[in-house]
Design a protein around this ligand. Sequence first.
Ligand code: SIN
Length: 293
Amino acid sequence: MNSPIEIRPLAPFGVEIAGVNLSDELDDARFRAIETALDVHGLVVIHGQTLAPERQIAFARRFGELEVHVRQEYALPGHPEIHLISNVKDGERSIGSAYAGDNWHTDLCFQRRPARMSLLHGIEIPQADDGTPLGDTLFLNTADAYDRLPDAMKRRLEGLRAVHQYHRAQEIKRRQREKDHARATLSAEQRALTPDVTHPVVRRHPVTGRKCLYVNQTYSFGIEGWPEEEAEPLLASLFAHIVQEPHVHRHRWRVGDVVMWDNCLTQHKAVGDYALPQRRLMHRTAVNGTVPV
Ligand code: SIN
């Protein structure tokens, strides 16, 4: 018989779930409990999992169609749906996207249909000399951030659309890391697959209908129809409003953790406080979502 599923709150938001083994096929009731927790709380942590790539793919697929990332050079060989986030090298080449996500962002917001959710499985976690885990991931709740806005700002944001640019973010990352983790400039094909997109600055969560602030420091570079000198201060004030320390949940990784987040309801940032020979290897699957409205 299946053991009961336990859902415990995390601070200041999110939940931890115990009593599930994701390498088994979950019955519908248990799957729905996880899916509902994700839709409502935005962040779900499950410790102690050993997920073979096929099992990770099968479980993630229950949430929807899987993303095949445009940077296939960082896919787990034989598994295009698993994007490696890693500073590990094979010779001179980083096997994964190294120090990906080390500024606040939501995954794949640069696509017309951004990711609904992401699932990150911790395979190798870097440690300090005293055994303290490094490479934590930080999370924020974008609906709570919207709720905290003054009414005048809520009115000002109505109808605005932000411009999200993958190629620009990638170029910044390429320059930041060219000495230790050189990444190629986007190929012509990758560039063609990632045109600039616009999304509402405030979008409704597709399941709960909550309003979420949908701009982030990594990919949002402008406001549609606004001159840069006007868009920049507005975006900067929204970033400062969203990113406030007391509202941050910090996930300290253990090998075997599965962390899932909703990419409308949360933003995240990976802390890059480690370097080789400290190795970080994570398997990420992302599930395509709906066009933001
Ligand atoms: C991501 O940005 O999707 C990955 C976050 C992490 O590596 O902790």
